[in-house]
Design a binder for this molecule. Structure first.
Ligand code: NAD
Ligand code: MG
Length: 390
């Protein structure tokens, strides 16, 4: 049995992961589940899954959960805080960690999994964006195994020669084509973007996702973050990666080889596909996703991204080019701006503006160690929050 910890178990990716695991109970054992504050949902999950540990990042929520579990006589050890998250990522009985916390909060627990040599199923792209080089070093040093859950990166991984992730040019790879749906505002004029609401931004045409990543898809910052993620996962320069807008979300990304071959991975847009792939790799298991019916898809379209209406793409390329702590600053500014937009404190077009201004104000320094990265994250958040208030 493969012991698994799910970080962010109450989220969209967490729930999809449990859905896949439920189909293969003979293979996987849920050791720990974690969440931020939603102890009601966690109580339900504990009743169903009976994990050894449940962690709530929020201490009050942990207390409430512990009380309810005791009343119901469900024997689960409840932990709290970042220490609790790190603990269940590094337990001896855990082979595999699903990293599905949203945002920078996922960095330390995911790093803990890397430092204890786990198989990491990485959904939490922000962790890699913030501290890519340091993170990849820890993965190598501790012989951890990093498998991408982000559908694009999982698709690329599937189109590469088996298990290969470094020295791609030696394997004949010319470039990577990272597909994007274009988000809910693909057809909106720049002038219309100022008035869009959080609910409009979160109504993605093809995917059901958490609210933060939904807004990232709407600004196309998600694709920018994914370019940075791909640079680290596949040891590539950013000009080896081309963004391709593909509104149907059927091709999840492609790899172009020097002989002119372009390999694509296709599937219904359902996160259970990459989750099942990474859980079972190098084997294959049933995911529960609908089979792809090409006759009903009928047409696949492709167009270049528009960096004028969606400037966040350019800011991500700028950050990766600047290197050092610039991607951590980009990510922190984005998190603060997205939260402000979701709370109704910032218009949609304020998101790229804040990111641009924060990147101008918080200078990048070499990301020498984790402390430097976390300090850049904190500084950028403070500056961004000030700018939102202004
Ligand atoms: P979500 O908002 O649905 O879930 C987030 C989870 O993280 C929840 O369980 C929440 O309790 C937990 N969490 C939030 N803040 C926390 C904190 N401060 N400390 C500890 N836990 C915290 O998000 P999601 O859509 O499931 O996305 C999760 C991650 O996966 C994100 O990094 C996202 O970019 C990535 N991802 C998601 C999708 C998708 O289709 N949803 C696709 C690709 C990548
Ligand atoms: Mg993606």
């Amino acid at each position: 049995m493969i012991g698994i910890t799910i970080l962010g178990a109450t989220g969209t990716i967490g729930i999809n992961t449990l859905d896949v695991i439920a189909r293969h109970k003979e293979r996987y054992r849920v050791v720990a589940l974690t969440a931020n504050r939603d102890h009601g949902r966690m109580f339900e999950l504990c009743g169903i899954w009976r994990p050894e540990y449940a962690v709530m990042a929020d201490p009050d929520a942990a207390e409430q959960l512990d009380r309810r579990l005791r009343q119901a006589e469900i024997p689960v050890r409840v932990l709290s805080g970042v220490e609790g998250l790190e603990r269940v990522s590094s337990l001896d009985g855990v082979d595999c960690v699903m990293a599905a916390i949203v945002g920078a909060a996922g960095l330390l627990p995911t790093l803990a999994a890397a430092k204890t040599g786990k198989r990491i199923l990485l959904a939490n792209k922000e962790a890699l964006v913030m501290s890519g080089d340091l993170f990849m070093e820890e993965v190598k040093r501790h012989d951890a195994e990093l498998l991408p859950i982000d559908s694009e990166h999982n698709a690329v991984f599937q189109c590469l020669p088996n298990g290969c992730r470094e020295d791609l040019s030696d394997h004949g790879v010319r470039r990577i084509l990272l597909t994007s749906s274009g988000g809910p505002f693909r057809r909106f004029a720049l002038s219309e973007l100022a008035d869009v609401t959080p609910d409009q931004a979160c109504a993605h045409p093809n995917w059901v996702m958490g609210r933060k990543i939904s807004v990232d898809s709407a600004t196309m910052m998600n694709k920018g973050l994914e370019v940075i993620e791909a640079c680290h996962l596949f040891d590539l320069a950013h000009d080896d990666i081309q963004i391709v807008v593909h509104p149907q979300s059927i091709i999840h990304s492609m790899v172009e080889y020097v002989d002119g071959s372009v390999l694509a991975q296709m599937a219904s847009p359902d996160m259970r596909v990459p989750i099942a792939h990474a859980l079972a790799w190098p084997e294959r298991v049933v995911s529960g996703a609908q089979r792809l019916d090409l006759f009903s898809v009928a047409t696949l379209n492709f167009e270049p991204p528009d960096r004028e209406r969606f400037p966040c793409i350019q800011y991500a390329y700028d950050a990766v080019e600047a290197g050092g702590t610039a991607p951590a600053v980009l990510n922190a500014a984005n998190e603060v701006a997205v939260e402000a937009f979701l709370d109704g404190r910032l218009p949609f077009t304020g998101i790229p503006r804040i990111i641009h201004d924060v990147m101008g104000e918080v200078r990048s320094v070499p990301a020498a160690d984790l402390g430097t990265v976390l300090a850049a994250d904190r500084d950028a958040r403070t500056v961004a929050a000030d700018m939102v208030r202004r």
